[in-house]
Design a protein around this ligand. Sequence first.
Ligand code: FMN
Length: 432
Amino acid sequence: MTAGGAAILLAPPHKERLGKLPPAQLQALKNLNAGEQIEPGHDPGVRAVLESLAEGGWLTITVRSGDTDLYTIRPFKAPPARPSAVEQNRTLSKFAIMRQHKGQFVLEHPMSWCDIDIYDSRIVGLVSGLGTEEGAVADRLAADLKWTGHTVADRAAEDQEFSTRSWGAHELWFHRLSNLSERVLTWEEFGPTRWADGEFPPLPARKASYPGDPITLYAPDIETLRESDPSITAVLEDRVSCRDFDDSAPITLEQVGELLFRTARTKLLRTAKGVEYLSRPYPAGGAVYELEIYPVVRNVAGLAAGMYHYDSFDHVLRPVADDSVVERMLKTSSLTLSEGQLPQVLFVIAARSGRLMWTYEQVPYAIILKHVGVVLQTIYLASTAMGLGAVAQGYGDTAAFNEAAKVDELEECNVGSIVVGSPTAERPSASR
Ligand SMILES: Cc1cc2nc3c(=O)[nH]c(=O)nc-3n(C[C@H](O)[C@H](O)[C@H](O)COP(=O)(O)O)c2cc1C
């Protein structure tokens, strides 16, 4: 912003006053503000302003070869001092990611102070073959990538340090992009922006029903449970994971119904500004509620084996699949149970991701995983109160889920799993 010969740099939440400036420097700022590229030129005053802007991370820097733009360094914070020398044979960090973003080819590193837009395919070749090419452009690129932190002197070192070895590239990337950070400072494209409003219709809260006949579930009387349930302290203290189940007296359909009612039923639906919001026994970001539960049954008294969808609105189960893919899911889930036993019932938790993704930017998948934790603990606690055994599982076969549920993974995906059943061993039971 320039006014009365003075200038203020504004990029919320950053703000910097430059004060009164001579006309040539003010004009340079105005040109930059209009999106024009500026050559450093010979005016020492303009050079000084450009240098101080670059030091503060206010300028993008485009590297050219003749008239061709090769790449642009796009800072989101003040860069460190440029390193004086560049070692030979630096290589890309394991965390560097090259991708198409907003119609632009971009090189990113979750811990860098900048992203690099790439316009020229020669640069892509140079990035992948760093250290093997010579010439002015290759040298400049190698120097810039050291400065920007996209390369490391010794790739092997990244695998020797515990901190860098233990993080996967996708994990660090996901962590950085789904949280506010130097890269993500404002809420403009982060959080509940409702970016899809007006462009795409919001997804209904209720998933279309599977066609099979509904199986009515037992619904306990909540008022009675308020009186008869063990105390919250007893439930919290007595909850343990159970990996050993009694197949001679398996969990019953009535217990499955009670557990789903207590943990996952839809209690309320309201609509605001065209979006449907829900209430369930567990909390969920924005009251959007994107999670669905699919009981995968092997041994439940009163219920045929197969995968079902829990309709949380009508409190019924609808059959989804009963073929070999169901067996595959049960088998995968048996890996953590005692002596490889198969689960009596596996609750597969799936996310209708578009429910959240319609409203939220950058964070929805992270929020979905947080919701899974919330649901797992809710099921753990209710199972404990009911004398059932439960064990969460940190993995699931998402491909098998999509095959069985006959849904596209981008619409709905398996994000969590928990095994429930009648426990064998004497376990501390939650008492009042
Ligand atoms: C998100 C999550 C994932 C888990 N994954 C597994 C698993 O894959 N296999 C397993 O045997 N237990 C799993 N567990 C259970 C933990 O091993 C268990 O909670 C932990 O050992 C503490 O014991 P406790 O639950 O009996 O208090 C998981 C628990 C959570 C919350």
